[in-house]
Design a protein around this ligand. Structure first.
Ligand code: SER
Length: 316
């Protein structure tokens, strides 16, 4: 069967890369990119595009009816830092948007749905090191508990409606093609831009704040591998833990300095994102992803640093 894939939130950090990857695999016309804003150059010129607001139920219904997607990726969301400034708006977008998609996927018999979860589902009482798939989860950000509630909804629609929903708890994501949009892990992208532009960067997280991170190429490969996995091999319908690699701003700085010896770092004090980072895991156990769909990481910190600097140098 030929696929018809709808990607909602195509202009975001993940969407920008995922749309191009999916178009390479399935052909341009099979992947409909959509977002609330106009697309960037690459997405506009490589295939179909629809303006979509996930909160506009009538329009969303029309898009499902028009395209009858076999797969939907719902990436539209408000992330952790912005979510704390607009808690109700974040909750509404992250939750109501998901429920619209789950309902329409059932109505239009969409074969598979992907929805991103996050390490933000964990909280201050979750184990901080090698955080397991199943443990205490007491997220204290709106973003975090919207993701945790969303995971419960995904599993619920799988159980009650037989909807084939798949999800990953992404670590912080690092890529050069698109900027992150208001998260706590954004420093690990901004640092590369500022290193190349100014030779220095002020981190909003402290030197020793360890967080799980992943290169976008790995994240896209993980997403597509999970979506291609046979349904009966998946044992988790909430969100799969995905480990990536864990490092601190100081360790990332040292890696950048190997390639840019003059690079200088400083650290801000009292940034509200520090408390968010402190409530999240420092490292993750992703044994289920390894076992169920053969997950294996490719990019380590040195690979990420080299690739980011090489690619961004040509853009800045
Ligand atoms: N990277 C996201 C954030 O920082 C977490 O999923 O909000």
């Amino acid at each position: 069967m030929s696929e018809k894939i709808l990607v909602i939130g195509a202009n975001g950090q993940i969407g920008t890369e995922l749309v191009m990857a999916l178009r390479n695999i399935h052909g341009s016309d099979s992947v409909i990119a959509s977002d609330i804003n106009d697309p960037g150059y690459a997405i506009r010129h490589s295939g179909p595009y629809e303006l979509v607001n996930v909160l506009d139920k009538d329009n969303l219904h029309h898009i499902f009816d028009k395209h009858r997607p076999t797969q939907v990726y719902l990436l539209a969301a408000i992330l952790s830092a912005v979510g704390e400034q607009k808690p109700k708006i974040a909750w509404d977008l992250n939750m109501t948007g998901l429920l619209h998609i789950l309902d329409f996927a059932v109505e239009f018999k969409t074969a598979k749905v992907f929805w991103p979860s996050s390490i933000a589902v964990f909280g201050p009482n979750s184990p901080q090191f090698h955080t397991p798939q199943y443990c205490v989860m007491d997220p204290n950000t709106v973003y975090g508990f919207s993701k945790l509630a969303g995971e419960r909804w995904c599993e619920y629609y799988f159980t009650k409606h037989g909807l084939d929903v798949r999800s990953i708890r992404y670590p912080g994501l690092i890529g050069w093609r698109a900027n992150p949009g208001g998260g706590t892990t954004d420093y690990a992208v901004h640092i590369f831009h500022e290193a190349l532009k100014k030779g220095k960067y002020q981190s909003f997280l402290s030197a020793d704040t360890a967080l799980p991170m992943m290169y976008m190429d790995d994240a896209i490969r993980a997403t597509i591998t999970l979506m291609d996995a046979p349904a009966d091999e998946l044992t988790i319908r909430s969100g799969y833990n995905l480990a990536g690699i864990s490092f601190t701003p100081a360790q990332l700085t040292a890696e950048i300095q190997k390639l840019m010896p003059g690079f200088e770092i400083s650290y801000a004090e009292n940034d509200p994102r520090q408390a968010i980072a402190d409530s999240w895991p420092k490292s993750i156990d992703d044994g289920y992803a390894q076992r169920d769909w053969g997950w294996k990481l490719e990019y380590d910190l040195a690979d990420i640093t080299r690739d980011m600097l090489t690619n961004l140098k040509n853009m800045i």
